[in-house]
Structure formats: C-alpha cells, structure tokens
Write a protein that binds this ligand. Structure first.
Ligand code: ACM
Length: 797
C-alpha cells in the first residue's frame, strides 16, 4: 500500500472508531434482526466485505498482514489448522505471499504479529456458522464455536486483506466484527443436465459459493435432456441417458453430416470427490433427481419405467427445451427402480435433503394410460394431481426410511403435500406462503427474481438468456421473507437460493457470467441483517469484489458497469452520442480515435458530438480501477442514427422472449468466436422499430440469423405463429403502422439460408412520408428455423 492509501485507511479507521453498530442477529430462522447504526458509506470503506457482516466496530490503527505474519491454530486443532492453511493459500494467490501456519499447539499466549484461528465449543455465539473477528494493530483473532464459523471468519479476513487489489503486505483497518447468517439455507442451483460442467468447473463454483458464505449447492442432475449421475444398478441411465443429439447445426458434423452427440455424466467417484470438496468448504450438496416429470432421458434408457402402455417407442434423450410429457410410471416396478436409484444417491450425498423435482409434470400420459387410470380408481384418488401427491408421499416415505428429508418444487403442493416435505417456491412466492402457513419449511427461489438464467441487462453484448432482465440491483433488493407471513410462519423460511438453468448457457464461462456478480447480491440478501442492506454501500464494496473475481479468473459479468452508447440528434438537430452505464455508478472515461483507454483518459460528462467515421472506447472506473472492460462504438456514417440493435427493437407481443445464440456454424462465426445472441419471441417472432422518420429513407438493411426451433411448449403450443412463405425461400417483410397490409419493403431470405452465421439483407423501401412504427416479420413458411433480427439500419435515398 502506498503511504497515501495507508493514511487513508488509518483515517477511515479513526473516523469510525467512535461509531458502534448493531446487535448480532441471533435468529436462525425467519430472518428477524435489528437495525444498523453505522453509516454505510464509512463502513464500506473500512470493511469492504460481501456479504456485509452483522456487526462492525471500528478501532484505532491498522494491522499489517505480511509474509512474517504467523497463523496460529489454537490448541493445535486440526480443523483450525486446515482453515488457516486454506487462508494462507488464498492470500498467496492474491497477494503473492503465504503466511506460515503454526499447528503445533505449543504457542504460549498470543504473540505479536499473529492471527489466531480458534474453535471454542463453549463460545457464546448464536450458531455454528457465527464467528467473531478481532483485528488490532498487533494481530487478529478469529473465534467460532465450530469449524464452519471459523471458516467464515477467515473468509472475512481474506476479503479485508485483498480489498486494495494489490500484492505484498495488506493493511487492514483495526475492527471487531461479530457475524452470523440471517438464514440457514443460502443456496445456488446449477443445472448440469441441459449443459454439462466438468468436475473442476463444479468445484470452482462451490469454492466461490463458500467465499460468498453460501452453504447449499443444489445440483440438478437429471432432466429430459440428460441423466448426469452414474447409477451402478442401471448403467443405461448414463450409457443412453447422458447423450443427446443437439438440435440445429451443432448436432451434426458440417463435413459429413454425421450426428455429434452431446454427452456428459459424473461417476460415483467424481461425485464423492465433489461432495468431500464441498464439505471442506462447509457447503452441503443437495442432489436433485427429477420425478415424476422431466424424466425423458431416464425413459429413453429404460422405457419400461415410463408410461409403457401409451409409449409407442422409446423416446430419444430430448434435444428440446421446455415442458415435455414423458412421466415415470406409477407401478411397483417403477417405484422399485426409483428407490434403487435413491438408495445409491443417498449413499453418495450425506446431507439431510434430497430434492425430487416434482415440477412441470404434464399429466397427459397418465391421463391416457388405462393401467394408471385403473390404479387411480383403485386408490380412490380424485385426479392426476392427487396421483402425483400420492407418488411424492410414497417417495417421501422411502427417503424417511433412509433418514432423509424430501424437498420438491412447489408443484408438490398440488393435490396435497406429504407430511414432512420442504417446498422450494419457484412460481413466485405463493407456494412458499401456502406451505409455510401449513407448517412446512420453505425455500424461496422465485422466478424471475432469483432465476439467473435471465439476462442481466439490455446491453448489446449481453449473452443468451431469458427476458426480462434481472439486474444486479433487482437481485440485491430481493427479500426472502414474504410480507404475507406472520413472524411465526416466517420461521419456516429456511432461506433462499438462486437457480441457474443452463439451456442458454453452453459454456462454463457463460454460466459464471450469469452467476457473478449477482451471487454477491444474493449472498447479502441471505446472510446480512435485513436492515443493513444498502445498495450504494454494496456497489462500493463490489469494486474490490470485481477485482477479486478477476484475480481468481472468475468470469464475472461487467454488464452493470459496461458503457452503453446512444446516438441521437439534439434539439438543434446536431448528432451526438450519450454514454451511460446500467447502475449510474463510477466515472466513465473515454477516448475518441486512437490511443489506449486508461484511468487518465477524459472523463465523460455530457453528450459528445458525433462525427463519423470515428471510434470511441469507454469504460467505468472507480478509484482508478476499471470496473468494466472497454466497450467500442465505431459508427461508419450517419446511418448510426437510424441503426437499432435487436434489443432496441420492441417485441410485438409479451410472448416468450429469449436471447438465443445463433446456430450456424456449429462453433460460432468463423470457428471459435462466440455466437451472436439474438432476441426473439419464440411464440411469434415479430419486431417493432419505433418512430422511424421515413421521409428521406430509401433502403433498409437487416442483419439476421437463424436458430433451431427446439422448444416443447405443451399447452402453449397453439401460441406459435408461422407465416406463409413470401417467395420460394421466404422473405423478411417490413410494414408501416401495424403488421397487416402491404409491406413497404420485402427482403428475400435466400442469401441468409445459404450463409453460415449472420447475414445482412438489403432492400428498397417504398417512398413513405412521415414518422411511423415499422413492423418486421419473417414470412418464411415455417417456424423452424426460427429467424431473428440482429440489427436494422435505415439508409437515405
Ligand atoms: C422450474 O423452473 N421448472 C423449477
């Protein structure tokens, strides 16, 4: 640390030394807590920690953690020694030195320049996850009553030691922290079925969870598109069920046309390895084995456990997204199979909970099955909802016999909840409210609030995902306890988790960008006292956190800070460009023309004159650190003023709006480059270019891409719109003021059909006076492939 920065840290510590904070949250359930008194702005400076600790008291002085610092495991405790070594390795990675660890248990008292890692089973702390951290000028002490709390204390100290983004000695403001989580279930769900992650990648995620003080990894291991866990008794589950032939160009070798299967599963040894790795980080792994629906991959492998009297042939492992209709059977043989599977699953995962899915089980096959209808009548069950309830209760009984508790998505409420089941509320919060009122434990993971498969911005380079955008700020504002619950009912709220479905996250990099930094916002919602949350303070604490992500090679999204460009004419008709970022935080610096962008580049203040051809680069900076990668804007001519990318167009209807990756060629444009993400309503691809001034317009250019239509929409299928082909290969039609009537431009699709990747279509626009909303649709004769618009440019006559 420079002398100047050190003085700043000391000044901050001194300024705050008289301020005290809040009472430590003692409540493990229902998330009740007290309010905070320390001004957030000051605290974020001296305690740049995420999630914000429950209570901070600043002291005078600064502790210098350096290569000479000794980490002492009190009483030679083995867990304390392991946690100290882990801390040393993490410090080494970011600061370049490793403090030594003394696990001898011989140390007399607490020597200077030492960090003591102490587990004291008698310590008066509210839970095993609670800790205290005392930092003085001479040393520090972390104390907990159990290893989990000690680990969290070490994470806090590591964050304090790595907040300046520098190497070498760390200067840490003296302070006392008393901390404990607000909720016992602080989770993330990863979908390894739709796209598969390697063991190393899964571990990376679990490690990051631990560094965010999250403790529950919900692992979605089976679905229609893949069965990803080895089951010894049923090898076909992975021989057959772990591979699918993807839809679209990526499913076939472009040279030979041969199918290119997409495969992946975890062996039982790998699962044990992941579970042990997680346990060392105080993360419990909750496996999810989906039933009775989302079972198509299992039924592809073992059709006899599907609804065999309605199956004409075994289904493939599905290449499609959406709601499928293959359900498990309800006969004794199928329960035998499911119990065998769960026996192996419970032997691998030692945690209390097993998640059995239960969501989106379309009952068509059960309704069509004579044998299931006869069974339903014999059981005296009213309908298929009651049948699912009976099914889940039977599974719950089995899990109970193995000392496990059942968790299911909120559909398990339909038809009646089994006696001890825990409900994971995803269709909003109503499932949680209903279940908590009925005395069941609940976990909040409502869509879309905590669905991290949703995009996080409308930036042009936002990757694929669902709409609407769930921004960092929206996640930060999430409150796990529904206001409808009484304090007594709220005690059933175990906590919350975010879910990362991976239909649109082909790679782990893309998964990480969806997860981070939104997971930091989630962590604060489930750990920190409710009254302590403060968005501005969070943003300031995120500055060092973004640097930590970078130093650890975590591909965090910078969408919240990325600079966006808006070209427009001012009131006098002069062209200009406005720069902004999503959160309105930090300083935007830019360069026009050549020259590297740096924290010494001009500060953006007001709209800049637009003089094409030109190139801008810009990024957001805070305290001299870049918070975003530079974004370029290179308008070639004044058509920049009439150019709109897909996400600046309006979708004609509410629909099912997705940003999807264009599909050809298989590995992206030109081989390895990323694919473009195109926004379309899957039900009815149709766009509105609002307010087009057409007097001078003579031509239109539309860059388009194609996507495989691989959606199963069950009862939403009738919403699909496909328009008769205009011409032999179809065309893009442009109309003014509505989507009916004669087009003012027709752009044939032939060249796009024969080109890999994105294609620019060009056509004349019929002379039209005035300003109009333009409607753009593909009259292609089919909804497969699905055509989508990347950008529209209007050109003068
Ligand atoms: C879900 O999103 N189907 C739980």
């Amino acid at each position: 640390m420079s002398g100047k920065r050190m003085r700043a840290a000391v000044a901050a510590a001194v300024a705050l030394s008289m301020v005290t904070a809040i009472t430590l949250s003692a409540c493990q359930r229902g998330g009740q807590d007290a309010a905070v008194e320390v001004p957030a702005a000051q605290r974020s400076q001296a305690t740049p920690v995420i999630p914000l600790p429950a209570k901070v008291e600043l002291r005078e002085g600064v502790f210098a953690l350096d290569a000479g610092t000794r980490l002492q495991a009190a009483n030679g405790d083995k867990d304390a020694a392991r946690i100290a070594r882990d801390f040393a390795a993490r410090v080494q990675r970011l600061r370049g030195f490793a403090p030594s660890v003394d696990a001898s248990g011989q140390a007399q008292g607490e020597a200077a320049h030492t960090v003591v890692f102490a587990i004291d089973r008698q310590a008066a702390l509210p839970s095993d996850e609670a800790y205290t951290l005392d930092i003085g000028p001479e040393g520090a002490r972390i104390q907990a009553r159990a290893p989990a709390g000690l680990f969290y204390g070490a994470v806090t100290l590591w964050q304090l030691a790595t907040s300046d983004g520098g190497r070498g000695t760390a200067q840490i403001a003296a302070q006392r922290i008393e901390d404990a989580p607000r909720f016992p279930w602080r989770g993330l769900m990863l979908d390894s079925a739709r796209h598969f992650q390697s063991v190393e990648q899964v571990k990376t995620l679990i490690d990051q969870m631990a560094l965010h003080k999250l403790n529950t990894f919900h692992w979605h291991l089976t679905d229609d598109q893949g069965w990803r866990i080895e089951i010894k008794k049923y090898p076909r589950l992975t021989e057959v069920g772990a591979c699918r032939i993807p839809a679209g160009a990526s499913g076939h070798d472009p040279a030979t046309g041969a199918p290119l299967p997409y495969c992946g599963f975890y062996t039982q040894d790998q699962i044990r390895d992941v579970v042990a790795y997680a346990a060392e980080r105080y993360v419990t792994v909750v496996p999810e084995i989906e039933m009775p629906g989302h079972a198509q991959a299992a039924i592809a492998a073992y059709p006899e456990y599907g609804v065999s009297d309605v199956l004409k042939a075994p289904p493939p492992v599905s290449p499609d997204w959406g709601v499928h209709t293959y359900l498990f059977n309800t006969d004794d043989a199928t329960f035998g199979f499911l119990q065998d599977v769960l026996a192996e699953v419970t032997a691998l995962f030692p945690g209390r909970y097993v998640h059995i899915g239960g969501d989106e089980a379309a009952k068509d096959q059960w309704q069509a099955s004579p044998s299931i209808q006869a069974q339903k009548a014999a059981l005296g069950l009213k309908d298929e909802m009651a049948m699912q309830s009976w099914f889940v209760a039977r599974i719950e009984k089995y899990l109970g016999s193995r000392n496990r508790s059942l968790v299911g998505w909120d559909e398990i409420l339909e038809g009646g909840l089994p006696p001890r089941a825990t409900v994971m509320s995803w269709r909003g919060t109503k499932g949680a409210i209903e279940a908590a009122r009925a005395g069941h434990d609940v976990i909040l993971s409502p869509a879309p609030d905590l669905y991290f498969d949703h995009v996080q911005s409308d930036n042009d380079d936002e990757p694929a995902g669902r709409l609407a955008a769930i921004t960092l700020k929206a996640v930060y504002g999430f409150e796990p306890v529904p206001t409808e619950l009484t304090p007594e009912q709220a005690k059933h709220v175990l906590g919350a988790q975010a879910n990362l479905w991976t239909e649109h996250r082909r790679s782990f990099d893309a998964a990480e960008r969806a997860l981070f930094p939104r997971t930091a916002a989630l962590a604060e919602a489930v750990w920190s006292p409710k009254g302590a949350r403060d968005w501005d303070s969070f943003l300031r604490r995120l500055v060092p956190q973004m640097a930590r992500y970078q130093a650890q090679n975590v591909q965090a999204s910078d969408a919240a800070f990325a600079v966006r460009y808006q070209a427009e004419r001012d009131a006098q008709g002069q062209p200009r460009v406005k720069l902004s970022n999503q959160v309105g935080f930090g300083q935007i610096r830019y360069v026009e023309g050549k020259g590297p962008l740096s924290n010494a580049s001009p500060l953006y203040d007001t709209a800049l004159p637009l003089r094409p051809p030109t190139t801008f680069q810009a990024a957001t900076y805070v305290d001299g650190r870049a918070l975003s990668a530079p974004r370029r804007y290179a308008p070639a001519d004044m058509a920049a003023l009439t150019q709109r990318t897909g996400n600046r167009l309006r979708q004609c209807k509410g629909g099912l709006n997705l940003r999807m990756e264009d599909d050809a060629p298989a590995d992206g444009i030109g081989g390895r480059s990323p694919r473009a993400a195109l926004l379309a309503d899957v039900f009815d691809p149709c766009w509105i270019y609002e307010g087009a001034a057409l007097d001078q317009v003579g031509a239109i250019e539309v860059r388009v891409g194609q996507l495989p239509y691989n959606y199963q929409l069950w009862r939403d299928t009738p919403k699909i719109v496909s328009r008769p082909a205009n011409g032999p290969e179809g065309a893009l039609e442009v109309r003014a003021d509505g989507c009916e009537g004669a087009p003012i431009a027709v752009l044939p699709l032939g060249s796009a059909r024969r080109t890999a990747g994105l294609t620019t279509l060009r056509g004349k626009v019929a002379p039209t006076a005035g300003t109009h909303d333009l409607c753009l649709v593909f009259a292609s004769g089919s909804h497969d492939p699905l055509w989508a618009i990347e950008r529209v440019t209007l050109r003068p006559r």
